[in-house]
Design a binder for this molecule. Structure first.
Ligand code: HEC
Length: 108
């Protein structure tokens, strides 16, 4: 009887830790809103094309999977992906910034 209670308690604690772990690792969509001006000039305009370096279609980010967005930004940052503007920008972003943007765009 008592043993079962202890097991349940441990299970509940385990879930609590697992849950707080997840919320810490995930991006913060609200924090992203304060930094969005860095991105919205291009990504916020439907069907927008950049004029530099050539007319370049800007992909829509809204609704994209968060993991995809983080991977893409990491790619620009570490050079596995390259695009003049995005590479320059991604180099200025921290891992937290990338996850915040990913959290925001995956929901908007
Ligand atoms: C000057 C315009 C411009 C700005 C500002 C800009 N981007 Fe981009 N972004 C682009 C273009 C153009 C591409 C497509 C590049 C390519 O094909 O590799 C792109 C691609 C991306 C991609 C990959 C999308 C895909 O479908 O593969 C992500 C993610 C992204 N941008 C995130 C951001 C974030 C986050 C910000 C703000 C910190 C930002 N961008 C700011 C122009 C911009």
């Amino acid at each position: 009887m008592k043993q079962k209670l202890v097991i349940n308690l441990l299970l509940a604690l385990g879930m609590l830790f697992a849950f707080t772990g997840v919320t810490q690792a995930a991006g913060d969509a609200v924090a992203a809103k304060e930094k969005l001006s860095m991105c919205e000039g291009c990504h916020g305009i439907p069907n927008y094309k950049t004029a530099f370096p050539t007319a370049y279609h800007v992909p829509k980010l809204g609704g994209q999977h968060a993991e995809y967005i983080v991977k893409a930004l990491e790619g620009y940052k570490n050079g596995t992906r390259s695009h003049p503007t995005m590479t320059g920008l991604a180099k200025t972003l921290s891992q937290q910034d990338m996850e915040d943007f990913a959290a925001y765009y995956s929901k908007n």
